[in-house]
Design a protein around this ligand. Structure first.
Ligand SMILES: Nc1ncnc2c1ncn2[C@@H]1O[C@H](COP(=O)(O)OS(=O)(=O)O)[C@@H](OP(=O)(O)O)[C@H]1O
Ligand SMILES: Nc1ncnc2c1ncn2[C@@H]1O[C@H](COP(=O)(O)OP(=O)(O)O)[C@@H](O)[C@H]1O
Length: 201
């Protein structure tokens, strides 16, 4: 890959703060991370619906969907996962700049990759949401039949089976979907956003 040269940043007349004022709420990235089947898609989708109902401008980026388009050239090697998360971090940064409460639902298994995504944003703009669920329960749920395939050796390097997942050490929000209902998980995140003043400008 070649690096861009001779490029100059151009400031806009309308800023992130202007857009937040218009929206009557702050913008931030809610970065969901967790094993396949832990509930990242389910919880982030339910949360988005709830926020939308509260008049919050949102956008949700989901691993499976983004890998159909923007990241369709990437697989699941550590390098490809790193590039996947790098691009999502950049897109999330643009969306936060656009004034949106952005929800990302990617396994994002490596701490260093999540830390890089965090660095792109200002403090308080990156909210790591650890969707914790023990791997036995995820495998039991197996909503897409992928654990079964991984166990059968049909998928190599499957997270939690024969590829690593590095748990967040200090996530802003912890939800435990093997112990909480979906509604409880959504409420925990809404409460965090309210307490942090995100839902007003
Ligand atoms: N090898 C391997 N490991 C893990 N997951 C796999 C793999 N192959 C395919 N899938 C499917 O791809 C989804 C994960 O994509 P992500 O972009 O979130 O992964 S990553 O953040 O780059 O690690 C993941 O979706 P979720 O189940 O929603 O997490 C799987 O459906
Ligand atoms: N408390 C819970 N919270 C979220 N999902 C749950 C819960 N209990 C069971 N599930 C089920 O677990 C599965 C999680 O799948 P999904 O949301 O696709 O996970 P991920 O996006 O992390 O791969 C869904 O089938 C969902 O219905």
């Amino acid at each position: 890959m070649t690096e861009s040269t001779n490029i100059v940043w151009h400031d806009s007349e309308v800023t992130k703060l202007d857009r937040r004022k218009l929206n009557h709420h702050k913008s931030a990235a809610l970065w969901f991370t967790g094993l396949s089947g832990s509930g990242k898609s389910t919880v982030s989708a339910a949360l988005e619906k709830k926020l939308h109902g509260l008049g919050v401008h949102t956008y949700r980026l989901d691993g499976d969907n983004v890998r159909h388009g923007l990241n369709k050239n990437l697989g699941f090697s550590p390098e490809d996962r790193q590039e996947n998360i790098r691009r999502i971090g950049e897109v999330a940064n643009l969306m936060v700049d656009a004034g949106l409460v952005t929800l990302t639902a990617f396994i994002s298994p490596y701490r260093v990759d999540r830390a890089r995504a965090r660095e792109l944003l200002d403090e308080k703009e990156f909210i790591e949401v650890y969707v914790k669920c023990n791997v036995e329960e995820c495998e039991e749920r197996d909503p897409k039949g992928l654990y079964k395939k991984a166990r059968a050796g049909e998928i190599k390097g499957f997270t939690g089976i024969d590829a690593p997942y590095e748990e967040p050490l200090n996530p802003e929000v912890l939800i435990e979907t093997d112990q909480q209902t979906l509604e409880e998980s959504v409420q925990v995140i809404v409460d965090y956003l309210k307490r942090g003043g995100y839902l007003s400008s």
